[in-house]
Write a protein that binds this ligand. Structure first.
Ligand code: SF4
Length: 245
């Protein structure tokens, strides 16, 4: 599962110059989850991550390589109790998955299922007092944080633990790094480009799985397949397999 590796390899260079705080995963240190969507009114809000049109990027990238070997949370910039106004924001998740190879070849179907499972988590973590608003079109993830949550000491460590706990319900997921960024000097514009590229790769996988035509010259996905190593091999590998039965 190497399609996203070039994006993963870039991540460290986009996070700004601050020294990160790192926390090992601890399932007993999650933040309370309300189990569903919540509404935090403006008057109850302490601030917004990505508020006032500041950057707010989110993406998750998976690999079976050894980029992430342990579950951990990394925080670049101020933590949730240290922020007192709108700040730029990114949440990047790097996931190590079990090898998804079938019979010596990468198999599209388990790969796509793993990606969907990872996407599922994004919409199923509801930390109390931490209202997430996502837009898949603009790759934004903006968060309104309540005054009460700040008063109670909410932290990225606890929110990160909540995410990792949810990811670890999936046995194919071997390790997760959740990276929170609130510094001014991170490269949010480049992160947004990578979020788009990840979306394009996933869309292409979905089309390949649907059994679309195999003429690259007339295919609307040619641009992304030319750019991302491994997509063409995946498509034609699948065709070959189906042909063989
Ligand atoms: S490999 Fe060729 S036919 Fe298949 S999705 Fe990519 S460009 Fe289209």
């Amino acid at each position: 599962m190497e399609l996203y590796n070039p994006i993963i390899e870039k991540v460290n260079g986009l996070l700004g110059s601050s020294t990160p705080k790192k926390y090992a995963y601890n399932p007993s240190k999650t933040w309370e989850d309300v189990g569903g969507n919540q509404l935090i009114m403006m008057k109850e809000s302490a601030y917004e991550l990505g508020g006032d049109n500041k950057p707010a990027v989110n993406y998750a990238a998976i690999s079976s390589g050894d980029y992430v070997t342990e579950d951990e949370i990394c925080v670049y910039g101020k933590d949730l109790t240290e922020i007192n106004g709108s700040v730029p924001f990114a949440r990047i998740v790097l996931v190590k998955v079990d090898s998804l190879n079938g019979e010596g070849e990468e198999d599209t179907e388990p790969l796509f299922r793993a990606i969907q499972d990872i996407d599922f988590v994004k919409y199923h973590v509801y930390p109390k007092g931490y209202m997430i608003r996502s837009s898949s079109d603009s790759f934004r993830e903006q968060v309104r944080v309540s005054k009460e949550a700040v008063k109670k000491g909410i932290s990225f460590e606890q929110v990160g633990n909540s995410y990792i706990k949810k990811y670890k319900e999936n046995p194919n997921i071997l390790a997760v790094r959740v990276i929170f960024v609130t510094t001014d000097d991170a490269d949010y514009a480049e992160m947004k480009k990578d979020a788009k590229k990840i979306r394009d790769i996933t869309k292409t996988l979905s089309k390949i799985l649907e059994g679309m035509a195999t003429d690259c010259h007339s295919c609307s996905l040619k641009e992304i397949c030319d750019e991302v190593e491994g997509l063409k091999e995946l498509h034609f590998g699948k065709e070959k397999k189906e042909f063989k039965g």
